[in-house]
Design a protein around this ligand. Structure first.
Ligand code: ADP
Ligand code: ZN
Length: 591
């Protein structure tokens, strides 16, 4: 890193010098123009020091007093000899031309050198990206930089279950004295963006020791033996700094379960893994080094990694619930100017399934929007808009590009989702329905948020499937079976996913009963797929029929919601309810 900087500075300075040089040439005083006769006379009077014979129709020369002149070139045979005889120096090239040449030469070298450096550097980097990271570790571990538990909101259980580790790093002797053995390795597992890296950093910060971070993917796809070497390197560096926290992100990349007969084993990965295990068992209990690994899934890890004495503490870091989201939001808004109309608890309620990273992203986008408006504070509207940016990509600026038919179809599709939510699962919240398209391609969406809960009932899952199917059903009711569009593919994916979970994992299927398909599979029973698909297809079909029936019965309401969507593009929950209620009242009145 250092060398690179120096090189760039060097190149920059070189370039500046060359530019300065050309400017200097340009600013040179123009030589005096004299006639050929004057020139000959000067030659006779021995006033001339030197003559440059470069150009075809021009001679340049230097008087003995240092001034320059130009005159016509006689282009005469023997002219040079004649001058030489009169003790005048003759140059085939002018001084400028020489300097010019030197300048261009340097410039060329510089450009080619730069290009060469750029490319060679790139390919070297590609070949040893991991190495680069390791050497940057050597330059200075992150750490005492001061991330503490105060920077981690929510997830109190995680913090509690890791607190003793901090004490252990600080006072390893204390634990050694009592013969207590604390984990040397900790696995944090959970969805991306839930703060696993942040916690590991906070552990180092709280204990006041250096933090060494690498990623498991740095160790794969290199030549055999290199990965293992890097592991030893990493641990050597950590040991040199005494107590420390070593963080290995994506640890599954080097410690994945070996599927027997699938890959036949991967020598390189095994060597790397073995090196890691060997280093860890080499720790003395009094050393105060802790290795924290992070992965999205615990069940893909090689059991060898999880044995006692290795990574034997496993801590789940899950998605935050509504209270934790509130805490995280408050933390992210710390030091940012919030307008009075912002209700962070409401934002927390609207962000089910958001990870901490997504919440951070949300607040950041809102801050960017507020800064663009430059009105002094982040307002509720900024957060609203940021919400759609975060979950669906940027709102499309040019809405005229979407033709009216698509808009109408989207309106009915979304109205279908929203209406079914209201009718079959009124406890779910529809924070907002919109037909504003997003760059991610979705036509628009309505969000139905189930209440935060630890367990989901069978009914909740059924309702989620029905809600997902409702978009397609609405399309079919309004435009006929042959006109349904491709817009429902995400919905179908979701519906199928939930249904398969119900049948294969939770014993909620009618025909399959309480069998766990995973257990069947693990016991070598694999000929259940046909049956599975048949059951799933039947179930989803019956749900679809049911949803269609409900929508048919409420077709005027569906139309009213779709019309309102076309008009206003976005409906808030209470607006949606108003429309549904008004419409129902009107129907009752006419009946
Ligand atoms: P992971 O390692 O689980 O993928 P990170 O630790 O990289 O997630 O989290 C990314 C960012 O998200 C953090 O830098 C932080 O800004 C934010 N974040 C995630 N979880 C939390 C949390 N519990 N409290 C505060 N910020 C969080
Ligand atoms: Zn849909």
């Amino acid at each position: 890193m250092h060398n690179k900087k120096r090189l760039i500075y060097g190149l920059g300075i070189g370039l500046l010098l060359i530019i300065a040089y050309f400017v200097f040439l340009y600013l040179q005083p123009d030589p005096q123009r004299i006639s050929y006769n004057e020139f000959l006379q000067a030659v006779d009077e021995e006033k001339i020091q030197r003559v440059y014979l470069q150009e075809r129709d021009m001679i340049k020369g230097l008087y003995k007093d240092g001034t320059e002149f130009i005159t016509d070139n006689p282009r005469r045979e023997g002219f040079k000899e004649e001058l030489l005889r009169k003790n005048i120096e003759v140059d085939e090239k002018s001084r400028e031309a020489r300097l010019m040449d030197a300048g261009s030469f340097m410039l060329t070298i510089l450009i080619f050198g730069g290009i060469f450096y750029f490319f060679s550097n790139k390919s070297i980097k590609q070949a040893q990206s991991g190495m680069g990271k390791l050497s940057s570790i050597a330059a200075g571990p992150e750490g005492k930089a001061g991330v503490t538990f105060d920077d981690v909101a929510g997830i109190d259980e995680v913090k509690d279950s890791i607190r003793d580790v901090i004490d252990f790093i600080k006072n390893p002797e204390k634990y050694a004295r009592y013969g207590a053995r604390l984990p040397r390795g900790i696995i944090l597992y959970g969805p991306p963006g839930t703060g696993k890296t942040l916690i590991a950093k906070a552990v180092a910060g709280e204990a006041g020791v250096p933090f060494y971070a690498v990623s498991g993917s740095d160790f794969v796809q290199v030549y055999v033996g290199v990965g293992a070497g890097r592991i030893r390197d990493l641990f050597r560096k950590a040991r040199e700094s005494g107590k420390s926290v070593i963080f290995i992100d994506e640890i599954d990349a080097l410690g994945k379960k070996r599927d027997a007969g699938f890959e036949g084993g991967n020598d390189e990965r095994d060597q790397t893994l073995n090196a890691l295990l060997a280093e860890m068992s080499g720790f003395k209990d009094s050393e105060g080094i802790v290795v924290i690994g992070a992965t999205n899934r615990l069940d893909v890890l090689d059991p060898a990694l999880l044995r006692p004495g290795r990574f034997d503490r496993h801590i789940e870091v899950g998605l935050p619930d509504v209270k934790e989201r509130y805490e995280i939001l408050k933390l992210q808004c710390r030091g940012k100017p919030l307008a009075d109309d912002v209700d962070l608890y409401r934002v927390a309620q609207q962000t089910v399934y958001f990870s901490g990273a997504k919440l951070e992203n949300l607040i950041n986008e809102a801050a960017i929007l507020a800064a663009k408006r430059n009105s002094g504070s982040i307002e509720a509207g900024d957060i609203d808009r940021a919400f759609y940016i975060v979950i669906a990509g940027l709102e499309k600026k040019d809405r005229s590009a979407i033709n009216d038919f698509d808009r109408e179809l989207t309106a009915y599709h979304e109205a279908g989702h929203a209406l079914i939510t209201r009718l079959v699962a009124p406890e779910n919240r529809v924070s907002r329905v919109t037909i504003i398209p997003s760059t991610k391609g979705a036509g628009g969406f309505s969000l139905s948020i189930p209440p935060d809960r630890m367990y989901y009932k069978k009914r909740d899952m059924e309702n989620s499937i029905k809600i997902a199917l409702a978009g397609r059903a609405a399309e079919e009711i309004i435009y006929g079976e042959d006109s349904v569009t491709t817009g429902a593919s995400n919905d179908l994916e979701r519906a199928t996913g939930i249904l398969m979970d119900m049948i294969t994992r939770f014993g909620m299927g009618e025909k399959s009963g309480l069998l766990s398909y995973k257990a069947l599979f693990n016991n070598g029973i694999r000929h259940v797929e046909d049956e599975l698909i048949r059951e799933a297809r039947d179930v989803i079909h019956s749900y679809y029929t049911e949803v269609k029936k409900i929508l048919m019965q409420n077709k005027p309401v569906l139309e009213a919601v779709a019309t309102a969507l076309l008009e206003r593009e976005t409906l808030k929950e209470h607006e949606l309810d108003d429309i549904i209620n008004q419409c129902k009242e009107r129907l009752r009145g006419t009946a």
